[in-house]
Ligand binder design. Sequence first.
Ligand code: NAD
Length: 368
Amino acid sequence: MAKVRVGIVGCGGIANQKHLPSLRANAELNEVVAFCDIQRDRAEKAAKEYGTADAKVYTDYHDLVNDPNVDVVHVCTPNVAHCPVTVAAFEAGKHVMCEKPMAHCTADAKKMIDAWKKSGKKFTIGYQNRLRDDTQTLHASCEAGELGDIYFAKAHALRRRAVPTWGVFPNKELQGGGPLIDIGTHALDITLWMMNNYEPVSVSGQVFYKLGRDEHGPEGNVFGPWDPKTFQVEDSAFGLVKMKNGATIYLEASWALNILKSMEASTTLCGTKAGAEIHHGGSYPKDELIYNTVEHNQLMEKTISPAGVVDFFEGGASAEGVREQKQWLEAIINDTEPLVKPEQAYVVTQILEGIYKSAETGKEVFFD
Ligand SMILES: NC(=O)c1ccc[n+]([C@@H]2O[C@H](COP(=O)([O-])OP(=O)(O)OC[C@H]3O[C@@H](n4cnc5c(N)ncnc54)[C@H](O)[C@@H]3O)[C@@H](O)[C@H]2O)c1
């Protein structure tokens, strides 16, 4: 079986901390043959460390997507570049894995979906949190109907003080937003996936520009201080999403909030038969999955504690990153569906954009 030939566009944090180590861990399925970054030294460094002996280095993504040696393009650029790179890759006949969020706005996400449908190629988004042990287990429970009808959920993405201080995270023009679009996106993705409900009707939300722009805000930040004067995005965002079947989701996202417990890519599900909570992130050195139910006329809790948390700040291939790449490469090789479907990622972008719009207008936003 021929190996899938991968080209990476954007050789920064997520490329070096998730894609490249995880692709290497699946070396029997792929080889990385091309690297592109507007900062040439980054592409060169990644090519030397992870590329084939004759790997190509580019500074213009058009050259990489048109390289006949590339089968699949991984888009690891800041959010606003997701759409142009993805569309160009589909037009050049490549498969695409694009980092989360799919896009910073629904207009771009729609262009990406249209280009994908025309291409007949595979498309997925980098929501690797679906591949953790706890999320896989809870999803199996939801699929088996063990929670019954899930009519209320909370999507958690709250940090006490963990504002990213590398890359372009506080840059509104390049990212489209702050913690809502950065980590709220993961929490919402796993929550919708558990509920298997992708029909939002309306959303209302509020965003705050408090600690991010406060001169004392950066004190205690785990990634070191940021500059409040250049901090353009929100530091916290909250939304209430109503679904077509009446189910309701409360979404909370912050990089810096005066709370006690921080957790992200986490969810709380309340169903007619049982409930469940996943705790992952800052305050939880080990992931927790706790089911709550009533048995023998008693309130019961069942706890599963799988292996510890691995995030993408320290480098190395995490279990979920390796699984993410494996199922993606196998989807290409075996012509099957990847786990994360573009239409699902589109709904996440639609809801996030709705929260920003609602906060801006002070009104509930309704979807067609
Ligand atoms: N899945 C996750 O958990 C996760 C975690 C972190 C970041 N991300 C996503 O990954 C993306 C990148 O984030 P990052 O932390 O790696 O940022 P980063 O700034 O570290 O890296 C981005 C790289 O893209 C390059 N770049 C920018 N525009 C380009 C263009 N037009 N063509 C080629 N290269 C270009 C930059 O020079 C930089 O090296 C974002 O969309 C972010 O949301 C996902």
